[in-house]
Design a protein around this ligand. Structure first.
Ligand code: NDP
Length: 306
């Protein structure tokens, strides 16, 4: 079977592509320029997946009408991950337009030109699970808020389109909602200034990038994922716990940060936790622990240099 992965050079998408290829799928990946696809093509060729297994095509502007019309032809499933996730866009529409129009666009392309498509998976965000209303004019808003608005509006638009067309289409929609996807947290943990207690107390929820990718792949395989939005979440964290995990692992002790004991009472003071009961029932991901994610991250840095 052939799967279309949008934004195939992205952090999460590279793992989605890898798992798909390893499971025997062929993949068509979209990138914004041919240049951006070079690293991915070389990386996967080294793993033994040449152009016969992974075809990279250029979709330069996902917000343009009909952008995916060609790319959806002859694919059996779609993983739509492409969306702006960079911290420096000022105009909220810089996030919202590609997120919403890209999502609506790929569904419309599948409607018109994807007769073989059975499943479409959209990468949304845990951010979209808590926002009720979006004010699109917030130029002064924090960039994270603009980004979360874009994810919320994109997911909503996807469900609206799906509900309207459900009776006449051959595919089902699944939405995956991850919290912060790790691991690569070099700047947060290792950067040379000592971290303050305040910072170390900061908490949120996380999921390993490989588990996130597994959720995307399972979502095209499990029949009862159809029509569901599914949170994939490995658990809650404080930065102190990542430090402790890193320092418990040899031979990669971190510079400047001696092992510290966990903060007392922390397990009751996480600010954001998510219920994964639905995910466990439908997808059944075996989540990586903080130690496993940390080890993989540190090994990566050790191989590539700090
Ligand atoms: P990356 O920035 O690594 O990947 C994003 C991908 O989307 C890249 O291929 C990028 O292309 C493409 N993209 C970005 N902006 C545009 C645009 N305006 N038009 C077309 N393509 C664009 O991020 P992630 O892999 O982390 O994110 C992938 C998805 O996961 C996104 O939908 C994101 O919202 C979602 N997500 C991520 C989380 C995380 O913690 N990382 C948490 C929850 C959800 P290019 O390389 O050319 O810029």
């Amino acid at each position: 079977a052939k799967v279309l992965v949008t934004g195939a050079n992205g952090y999460i998408a590279m793992w989605v592509v890898r798992l798909l290829l390893e499971q025997g799928y062929t993949v068509r990946g979209t990138v914004r320029t041919a240049d951006k696809g070079k690293y991915a093509a070389e990386y996967f060729a080294k793993l033994g997946f040449g152009p016969d297994k992974l075809e990279l095509v250029v979709v330069s502007d996902i917000a343009k009408e009909g952008a995916f019309d060609e790319a959806v032809k002859d694919v059996d499933a779609i993983e739509h991950t492409a969306s702006p996730f960079v911290p420096d866009i000022v105009d909220p529409q810089g996030y919202i337009k590609p997120a919403v129009q890209g999502t609506v666009g790929i569904l419309q392309s599948a409607l018109k030109h994807g007769p073989n498509v059975k499943r479409i998976v959209i990468t949304s965000s845990c951010g979209s699970t808590s926002i009720k209303e979006v004010n699109e004019k917030g130029l002064d808003a924090m960039n994270m808020s603009k980004y979360r608005a874009s994810k919320t509006l994109a997911e909503k638009a996807a469900w609206d389109l799906y509900e309207k067309n459900k009776a006449n289409i051959g595919w089902e929609l699944v939405v995956i909602n991850p919290p912060f996807v790790f691991g690569a947290w070099y700047d947060a943990v290792v950067a040379d200034s000592p971290k303050t207690q305040d910072f170390l107390y900061t908490t949120n929820s996380w999921v390993d990038v490989r588990d996130t990718a597994m959720g995307h792949v399972s979502a095209i395989q499990k029949q009862n994922a159809a029509g569901e939005r599914i949170i994939v979440c490995g658990g809650a964290y404080s930065w102190q716990e990542w430090l402790d995990a890193a320092n418990s692992i040899q031979p990669y002790p971190l510079p400047n940060h001696p092992p510290q004991k966990g903060l007392p009472g922390l397990s009751t003071s996480y600010l954001i936790t998510y219920d994964t009961a639905k995910e466990q029932r439908i997808l059944g991901i075996k989540y990586k622990t903080k130690e496993e994610t940390t080890l993989a991250t540190l090994e990566d840095f050790a191989v590539r240099g700090w």
